[in-house]
Design a protein around this ligand. Sequence first.
Ligand SMILES: Cc1cc2nc3c(=O)[nH]c(=O)nc-3n(C[C@H](O)[C@H](O)[C@H](O)COP(=O)(O)OP(=O)(O)OC[C@H]3O[C@@H](n4cnc5c(N)ncnc54)[C@H](O)[C@@H]3O)c2cc1C
Length: 390
Amino acid sequence: MLKTERPPLDLVVVGAGVVGAACAYYAARAGLAVAVVDRGPVAGGTTGAGEGNLLVSDKEPGPELDLALLSTRLWRELAEDLGGDLGAAVEYEPKGGVVVASTAAGQEALRAFAAGQRAVGVVAEEVPGERLRELEPHLAPGLAGGFHYPQDAQVQPALAAAHLLRAARRMGAELITGETVTAVDRGPDGAVRGVRTDRRRLAAPAVVNAAGTWGGELAALAGVHLPVMPRRGFVLVTEPLPRVVRHKVYAADYVANVASGSAGLETSAVIEGTPGGPVLIGASRERVGFDRTLSQEVLRRLAVQAAELFPVLAEVAVMRVYRGFRPYLPDHLPAIGADPRVAGLYHACGHEGAGIGLAPATGLLISEQLTGKQPEQDLTPFRADRFPAG
Ligand SMILES: Cc1cc2nc3c(=O)[nH]c(=O)nc-3n(C[C@H](O)[C@H](O)[C@H](O)COP(=O)(O)OP(=O)(O)OC[C@H]3O[C@@H](n4cnc5c(N)ncnc54)[C@H](O)[C@@H]3O)c2cc1C
C-alpha cells in the first residue's frame, strides 16, 4: 500500500550519481529537507563507470566552460570545506592537464584555442616541444609542443558521490536506495507534488531530475520531453605502476572528438595516473544505444594511441575495462534548472562526458534557484525546453 511518511520534504532528488549527490549536498547546505532516491546503489549508474577528469582544458568559451570554471573553484572548496579530509577521501588531485600536438599545425590550433580560453579566465601555458618532458618525462620524443592547464584536476567519481551524500546526510538529507521512481505526481494546477516509487509516495513541492542517461525517461514521467541519449565509452585500466604519468595528458584531437556530434566511433586517448597506481586510458565515444558488448577494436585503438603518447605503456598489462553510457543531449549541453513547463520540476542531467567535473556547479546553481536566489551563472542555455518535442 502506498503511504506518505516523515516530516515534509522540500525536495526529492532522483538519482544518486555524482550529480544527484551534489544537488543533495548544496540543497541540504542551504537548509532544505531533501530525500535522494535511486533504484540502485550510490554511483551505480554512469558515475561508477567512467573517469574523474575535472577539465577546463577541453572546453571552448561558452556556457559549459563557465560551468567548468565555477566547478573548478567549488571542487577546491569542497576539498577543504568537508573537514579537510575530503580531498584525500575522494582522491582529489589538482594535478593539471597537458595537451600535446604532434605537428606544428596542431600546435598552432592549440594556440588559437587557448587564446580564446584565456580571455575568459582559463590559465593555459604554452610548452615548446623540447620542454614537454620536463612536465612528463615518459612522453614520446619528437612532439611539436603542447599546453599546460594547471586548473585541470581529478577525483575518484564513486567516492566523490558517496562523500557528498554522506555530508548531505549529516545535514539531514535522507538517502533511499533500491527503489525505482515510477511516477512524478502533479497537482490539479500541474505543479509537482512529489514522486512515487515502487514502495512509497514521497510528497515534496520540488523534484530534481538527476537520473543521468535515464533523465529523458524521468522527464517523461513528469510529462515533458527531454531527449537524453546514451553515448558509450570504454576506459582501460592498467596494472598498478609507479608514477609514470603525472598530469592528465591527451592529444589535441580529443577536443574535436568531445565536441563532435557524430554517432560513429571516436577515440583519442586521455591518460592519467591514479593514487592507487593503475593508469586510466580513456575514452571512446560512440552512439550504439545501451549495447554493453565489449569491443576489441575500441580497446585496441585506445591502447595504440596511449602507447603512441607514452611508449612505456606498450609493455604494460591491462587489468580491466570499464564501460559506461554518457548522458548525451543533442547540443552537448546539460539540462540544468527549473523546467518552465512544469512548476517544481528541476533538471540536473545530460552532462555527457563532463558530469563529474560539472556536478558541484550544477548542484549549487539548482540550490540557488530553489531558495529564490539569483543563480551566479545564467541558466538560460541549459533550459530543458530548448528541444522541440518530436
Ligand atoms: C567512459 C566514460 C568516461 C568518462 N569520463 C569522465 C571524466 O573524466 N570526467 C567527467 O566529468 N565525466 C566523465 N564521464 C561522464 C560522467 O561519468 C557522467 O557525466 C556522470 O557520471 C553523470 O552523472 P549523473 O549523476 O548525472 O548520472 P548517473 O551516475 O548515471 O546517475 C543517475 C542515477 O539515476 C538513477 N535512476 C535513473 N532512473 C531512475 C528512476 N526511475 N528511479 C530511481 N533512480 C533512477 C540511476 O540508477 C543512476 O544511479 C565519463 C563517462 C564515461 C562513460
